[in-house]
Design a protein around this ligand. Structure first.
Ligand SMILES: Nc1ncnc2c1ncn2[C@@H]1O[C@H](COP(=O)(O)OP(=O)(O)OP(=O)(O)O)[C@@H](O)[C@H]1O
Ligand SMILES: [Mg+2]
Length: 224
């Protein structure tokens, strides 16, 4: 069974002259153990797709199924719980908390979500893989864009979600770090059975993908 399935999803923003049809009937599914890339130009609807798939916003019509369950029937408490326990978000803005150090970002996760986070050992390994072990005492504004991005990736993975949704996770990374992040998502899929859906413009991630979709004007076509 697919972990995430979208059936004929449409999303309309605004009204009258300001009306934008951001998604025009998307059918999509992702399975555990897969890395899926969503590519396409600016304004194609990629972030809209990702936030609807993660139940952060509702579609105008169509169904989102998470582990076979219709997300539109979840109460706000249930969708909150789902996003906390099953879905890891890495969004376009890095969303680190500005007044917490790198280490404290993770302590915060422990406060909000008390169970099933990575062990200390696994977290240290993840820090090493992402090359951020030396940064734990720094604040976000003392980090480069790429470093912030890698901390945001580590924080999403720390909560050990089943599904990872990432919007441009490699946008400010150099080639070596892109390769590390690509390998990391691939390994999480193959060794830990995670489903990763990555929105990206970055062709350097293509070799790590099981499936590639192209978005254009609110429609999606499968390329691989
Ligand atoms: N909250 C909103 N209100 C109104 N229109 C919106 C809103 N969010 C997105 N749109 C519009 O919907 C369309 C799709 O936007 P979206 O952000 O999903 O594109 P994208 O593919 O993620 O682009 P980018 O690569 O630039 O991030 C665009 O025309 C955008 O202007
Ligand atoms: Mg976007």
């Amino acid at each position: 069974m697919a972990v995430i399935e979208l059936k004929d999803i449409k999303k309309v923003y605004g009204k009258g002259l300001a009306k934008v049809e951001a998604l025009k009937g998307i059918n999509f599914e992702a399975n555990k153990g897969e890395v899926v890339l969503i590519m396409g130009p600016s304004g194609a609807g990629k972030s809209t797709f990702l936030t609807i798939a993660g139940t952060l916003q509702k579609p105008t019509s169509g169904e989102v199924l998470i582990n076979g369950k219709d997300a539109s029937e979840f109460s706000s408490k249930q969708s909150g719980k789902l996003r906390l326990n099953e879905i890891g978000f890495i969004l376009q803005a890095y969303n680190l908390v500005p007044f917490l150090t790198v280490r404290e970002q993770f302590v915060l996760v422990d406060k909000i979500k008390k169970h099933n986070n990575l062990s200390k050992e696994d977290l240290n390994k993840l820090f090493d893989e992402l090359g951020i072990s030396e940064l734990t005492k720094k604040y976000p504004n003392q980090l480069s864009g790429g470093q912030q991005q890698r901390v945001a990736i580590a924080r999403a993975l720390y909560a050990n979600p089943e599904i990872l949704l990432a919007d441009e996770p490699t946008a400010s990374l150099d080639t070596a770090n892109v390769e590390e992040v690509g390998k990391l998502f691939k390994r999480l899929a193959k060794e830990r059975d995670k489903a990763s859906i990555l929105v990206t413009h970055d062709p350097r991630l293509e070799k790590y993908a099981d499936h590639i979709y192209e978005m254009m004007d609110g429609r999606m076509t499968q390329k691989k």
